[in-house]
Design a protein around this ligand. Structure first.
Ligand SMILES: NC(=O)c1ccc[n+]([C@@H]2O[C@H](COP(=O)([O-])OP(=O)(O)OC[C@H]3O[C@@H](n4cnc5c(N)ncnc54)[C@H](O)[C@@H]3O)[C@@H](O)[C@H]2O)c1
Length: 386
């Protein structure tokens, strides 16, 4: 196993504990789990834990985030991994079709793609599964009447909200901007689009790094919250025109487009932390009529020069930038260990039929949240009872 992945797995303490239990209890014995989740070091820990529970796993990655060393480890451990890293959505779709072709009994989805595809071509043995993200919940909630299976939304656990979305995404977005650009944050104007859990963490971390932070959110109540949290909330056009860095994290589409180019400052950096690479219209910006030059410093750091002399820097072509580029680390190990412990326990609840079709696209059951929180805290404070 690669040393980096060894390090991560050894620090996924909750998953290690669950693995030990699963090797005895085998809750997924005889079941196939189909997944389409970002394949990186922490995912290895999750998928091997599910395998320890008896699951036969067929997995593929997400657009642009699959890490080859993680794939190698999974394959060596007997997990079926379909495809290779790709930014091509047609190729990625074909991989997802291959996952569903094995008719998984459980689906561990990330963005709703697998459940939406299942509805196009349903099969009888699907028990249900989990959805990791906000974006997936937004797609799947209107499909409840057709899904009619237990689908537990990990994102809607308070633990996922504060541990990963708020604290960890904020940290990794800051780490990633510096990793990509090596540029200063102090005194820079950072505009964050979207002030949900992820946006709050990003705004907070950049403020902590001495940036001046403004927030744009389409929801006035959320904007008020940002204002009372001490962030500037100027009208959208001003927030765009004053920004040195623009980060989108909304779960929406076409949040920043070619129509914004005339307002942007020379040297602005555009980055997306939302799930789908559609928040920043990268293709539109790269192909805009007033682009006179495109310079690729790397595949993940591109500068477009406009006819008025301005330069716009685009990170990772609008793909989720905290899992892209050189040496992508993603969110902290412990935050993902918490979220993935929720994943394992929720899939186990579906496999054991502890939840039924009335739990279709609903948050993680409260007793699972409590059990995972207790395990984390018990481990942290175990020295007190010894
Ligand atoms: N990068 C990561 O590691 C990571 C981790 C978790 C979640 N995510 C993704 O980040 C995105 C946001 O997640 P969240 O949990 O914060 O979602 P959320 O629903 O809590 O918040 C999204 C916010 O964006 C606002 N919004 C929507 N459209 C907008 C627009 N066009 N302009 C400005 N504001 C807009 C909404 O009003 C809302 O306040 C999702 O796509 C999610 O899947 C990324």
């Amino acid at each position: 196993m690669s040393k980096r992945i060894d390090w991560v797995r050894e620090h996924c303490k909750l998953l290690l504990g669950i693995s030990e239990e699963y090797r005895r209890t085998r809750p997924f014995e005889g079941l196939k789990i189909g997944t389409g989740i970002h394949i990186e070091a922490k995912t290895v820990a999750l998928l091997l834990t599910l395998q320890d529970g008896g699951a036969n796993i067929v997995s593929t990655g997400n657009l642009n985030t699959t890490q080859p060393d993680a794939v190698d480890v999974l394959r060596a451990e007997g997990v079926t991994v379909i495809g290779q890293p790709t930014k091509d959505s047609a190729e990625h779709s074909a991989y997802q079709d291959e996952v569903l072709a094995v008719h998984p009994d459980l689906i561990l989805d990330n963005g709703g793609d697998l459940f939406v595809r299942y509805l196009d071509d349903p099969y009888p043995n699907l028990l249900g599964g989990t959805e990791e993200t906000t974006s997936g919940r937004m797609r799947l909630a209107p499909l409840r009447d057709r899904l009619k299976k237990p689908v537990l939304v990990i994102n809607d656990s308070p633990i996922k909200q504060f541990a990963e979305n708020e604290h960890a995404v904020g940290q990794s977005a800051l780490e990633s901007l510096m990793r990509f650009t090596n540029k200063v944050t102090n005194g820079e104007q950072v505009t964050v689009f979207g002030y949900g859990a992820c946006g709050r963490g990003i705004a907070d971390n950049f403020r902590g790094a001495h940036a001046r932070v403004s927030v744009v959110d389409t929801n006035p109540v959320t904007r008020l919250r940002a204002h009372l949290d001490g962030f500037a909330t100027p009208p959208r056009h001003l927030a765009v025109s004053e920004a040195d860095v623009i980060i989108t994290v909304t779960g929406g589409h076409d949040v920043v487009t070619v129509a914004d180019l005339p307002r942007m400052r020379d040297g602005v950096i555009l980055a997306n932390a939302g799930h789908f690479p559609t928040e920043i219209d990268a293709a539109g910006i790269l192909g805009a009529s007033d682009v006179v030059d495109v310079r690729e410093y790397s595949d993940d750091l591109i500068t477009v020069a406009l006819s008025d002399g301005k330069r716009i820097h685009l990170i990772s072509r609008g793909h989720m930038f905290n899992l892209a580029g050189p040496r992508p680390l993603g969110n902290s190990i412990e935050s993902m260990d918490l979220g993935f412990a929720l994943q394992a326990r929720c899939l186990e609840a579906v496999a054991r039929k502890d939840v039924d079709a009335s739990s279709c696209v609903v948050p993680v059951p409260a007793q699972i949240d409590s059990a995972v929180a207790n395990s984390y805290l018990d481990r942290k404070y175990s020295y007190q009872s010894s």
